[in-house]
Design a protein around this ligand. Structure first.
Ligand SMILES: NC(=O)C1=CN([C@@H]2O[C@H](COP(=O)(O)OP(=O)(O)OC[C@H]3O[C@@H](n4cnc5c(N)ncnc54)[C@H](O)[C@@H]3O)[C@@H](O)[C@H]2O)C=CC1
Ligand SMILES: O=C(O)[C@@H]1CCC=N1
Length: 267
């Protein structure tokens, strides 16, 4: 873990990573947060862990983690450039922004890791794809790995060309699963259940299935088959979901749209 870390942007994703790092044992005294409008919950978390918020004269840290909106990079660049020296490990989670885009705004930076985590980082169940600039040293790679593996699974990529696909699959992916819970609950209401009962059953079904998938050595397809009695109710439902025009082509289209959008955010 780095001896000093500045988190720039402590919103939903930055906040989730910070929660994960703190749960992983990163001492708050090593961390500073820069954010012009931190939420009350973030201020409370920082106060509880002795984390400096918007220090007056921040100094170049060992690790500078960027978690602002991609569209905010131009405006933030001038304030961030002095914090990213040749020895600083820069970790960016900005969707679409390439390592070259980041180096444009942080001209002294050498070691840049472009990472795409996801929101379950807050409970250390995240999934991150990452790629490092060629100048990133072995120690800095180890530091980046310690940070990212502290919040869940890490897949290192040979180059950054796959990060937009990672963004579309696992970066945005939790939203697809939450939507599944919403849609299942709504379908339950349509099938006659009281709304609150449907919401509780759908939520626990998605959470329980996710937990089982996380703990089981079986493939998702095997777990699906374990639910499916021949000629039974699940088979009837899967006949719809697995039809030619069912979930698979829809998911392909959704992931392609997210990947396309990530490409548009570059620059
Ligand atoms: N939300 C998610 O599930 C994921 C988000 N990301 C990436 O994380 C980044 C942040 O996204 P969210 O957390 O969802 O957005 P957010 O809006 O919740 O957080 C952004 C934070 O940046 C702060 N901010 C704005 N300008 C700033 C500046 N100049 N200096 C310091 N802080 C500044 C805002 O006050 C806010 O707290 C984006 O680049 C996004 O692509 C990546 C993976 C997943
Ligand atoms: O929606 C977005 O652009 C960000 C990137 C991945 C998840 N949230």
């Amino acid at each position: 873990m780095p001896a000093s870390l500045i988190l720039v942007g402590a919103g939903k994703m930055g906040g989730a990573m910070l929660e994960g790092w703190l749960a992983d044992g990163l001492p708050g005294a090593r961390v500073a947060v820069i954010d012009p409008s931190p939420s009350p919950a973030m201020l409370a978390l920082c106060a509880a862990h002795g984390i400096a918020v918007n220090p007056a004269d921040p100094v170049e840290p060992e690790a500078l983690v960027l978690a602002i909106k991609p569209q905010g990079l131009d405006a933030a660049g001038p304030a961030l450039a002095p914090l990213a020296g040749p020895g600083t490990l820069v970790v960016s989670v900005l969707a679409g922004k390439t390592i070259a885009n980041l180096k444009d705004r942080l001209p002294r930076a050498r070691a840049v890791v472009r990472a795409m985590p996801n929101l379950p980082a807050s409970i250390r169940r995240g999934a991150t794809g990452a790629a490092a600039s060629p100048e990133t040293g072995e120690d800095q790679r180890r530091t980046a790995h310690a940070l990212l593996s502290g919040i869940g699974l890490v897949e290192w990529l040979d180059g950054e060309d796959l990060i937009d696909a990672v963004t579309a699959v696992s970066g945005s992916g939790p939203a697809y699963i939450f939507l599944m819970a919403e849609a299942l609950a709504a379908a339950g209401v349509a099938a006659g259940l009281p709304a609150e009962v449907a919401a509780r059953l759908a939520r626990q079904t998605v959470a329980g299935a996710g937990e089982l998938l996380g703990q089981s050595p079986e493939e998702p397809a095997t777990l699906r088959q374990n639910v499916t009695s021949p000629g039974g109710t699940t088979a009837a439902a899967l006949g719809v979901l697995m039809a030619e025009e069912g979930l698979a082509p829809l998911m392909r289209e959704a992931v392609a749209a997210a990947k396309r959008r990530a490409g548009e955010l570059a620059g």
